[in-house]
Design a protein around this ligand. Structure first.
Ligand code: B12
Length: 295
């Protein structure tokens, strides 16, 4: 990537264009990032996702209103549609994945991310953009002979709908497709895969791809060290912010420097197992909760 180009600058500019409805400006920022060497994955995870999270923070704090959230979300969706046209998937796998938000959950962008990362991995993907009622989902999956179904859950209150979705899919015959449940709500409430009846739980898009491959008997694509560090950093940040503690407070609780915490969260620190352990104790989560999703 062009060393003069900074994803953080593109992120800031994209966010500002999106919340003010400047669609053409937002798209040219994405084009510029691409032309300066950013990968599709960089753009999704380091520009679009953080921009959506910032929208959520500003919306909750009353800095932007719901109309600005709507226009920004729609500009993000447009940017993703344009980026999808640039995907050059590897050889098609000949396998179909069906991706949908859970019934009741109106958040669809995370599901769209998962769908697009699967496309980049060579899957045929049916993306059901809206929260799909369990019964209709079961019928659709059977009709399309899906190999893997990925259910996306953002709000924990709709997690119980995962069980109904799984039962409906399984009712159409055995063994049926493999089913993966994932999304932001799993950071807040880790359900039991067996009681829901799904084959895997996962949080990141990389895990979505890895589990989907594993469940259909394909070898998992190895993640690079940088992808592991990026994921671990995002995971720590998500748990820290969900607990409403600052980087300084996490530093104090774990005995690590605030700047060190900041570089971990940005995926710039190749940290030791000892440091991961200190952070897991400070956040009061098991160490494998931080590491498992990266394995
Ligand atoms: C845009 C948005 C909306 C839009 C959604 C539009 C759309 N088409 O998606 C609208 C306006 C509809 C909306 C509504 C609501 N929202 Co809202 N929303 C957001 C916002 C700002 C962005 C969501 C987003 O696009 N994130 C970016 C994506 C890429 O991230 P992601 O979803 O986490 O997905 C990633 C991973 O989770 C993972 N993943 C996702 N799915 C899957 C699936 C599998 C299988 C796997 C492996 C991985 C995986 O991969 C993705 C890439 O890394 C978030 C803020 C935030 N922090 O996310 C709030 C947020 C999620 N919303 C929130 C709330 C409270 C609501 C409402 C209840 C508000 C209200 N009072 O009405 C309603 C709920 C309506 C409903 N029934 O669902 C809260 C949730 C709080 C909580 N309890 O967790 C948030 C966090 C805002 C906040 N800070 O309070 N929202």
């Amino acid at each position: 990537m062009d060393i003069g180009f900074r994803l953080s600058e593109a992120r800031k500019k994209f966010f500002e264009a999106a919340v003010f409805g400047q669609s053409a400006q937002a798209h040219s920022i994405i084009d510029q990032a691409l032309s300066r060497g950013a990968s599709l994955s960089d753009i999704y995870l380091n520009i679009l996702q953080p921009s959506q999270i910032r929208i959520g923070e500003q919306w909750v704090n009353g800095v932007i209103n719901i109309a600005q959230e709507h226009v920004a979300t729609s500009i993000t969706l447009e940017a993703m549609a344009l980026l999808r046209q640039k995907v050059q998937p590897p050889a098609p796998l000949g396998l179909r994945a069906i991706v949908t938000p859970l019934e009741g959950d109106q958040h669809s962008i995370g599901a769209r991310f998962v769908a697009d990362f699967l496309i980049m991995d060579g899957w045929d993907v049916d993306f059901l953009g809206n929260a799909t009622p369990a019964r209709d989902l079961g019928e659709y999956v059977a009709f399309r002979s899906g190999d893997v179904v990925l259910l996306s859950s953002t709000l924990p209150e709709f997690l119980p709908n995962a069980k109904a979705a799984v039962e409906s899919i399984r009712a159409f015959g055995s063994p049926g497709p493999k089913i993966i449940l994932g999304g932001r709500s799993l950071l807040l409430a880790m359900p039991n895969a067996d009681s829901i009846g799904c084959d895997a739980l996962a949080i990141s898009v990389f895990n979505a791809v890895q589990h989907a491959r594993r469940l259909v008997g394909l070898s998992a694509r190895k993640l690079s060290l940088q992808q592991h560090l990026d994921f671990l950093g995002r995971r720590i940040k998500a748990i820290r912010t969900s607990q409403k503690i600052t980087q300084q407070e996490l530093g104090d609780l774990s005995g690590l420097d605030r700047t060190y915490i900041s570089s971990i969260e940005h995926g710039r620190q190749n940290l030791t197992i000892g440091a991961v352990l200190k952070i897991s104790i400070a956040l009061d989560v098991p160490i494998d909760h931080l590491l498992s999703a990266t394995s």
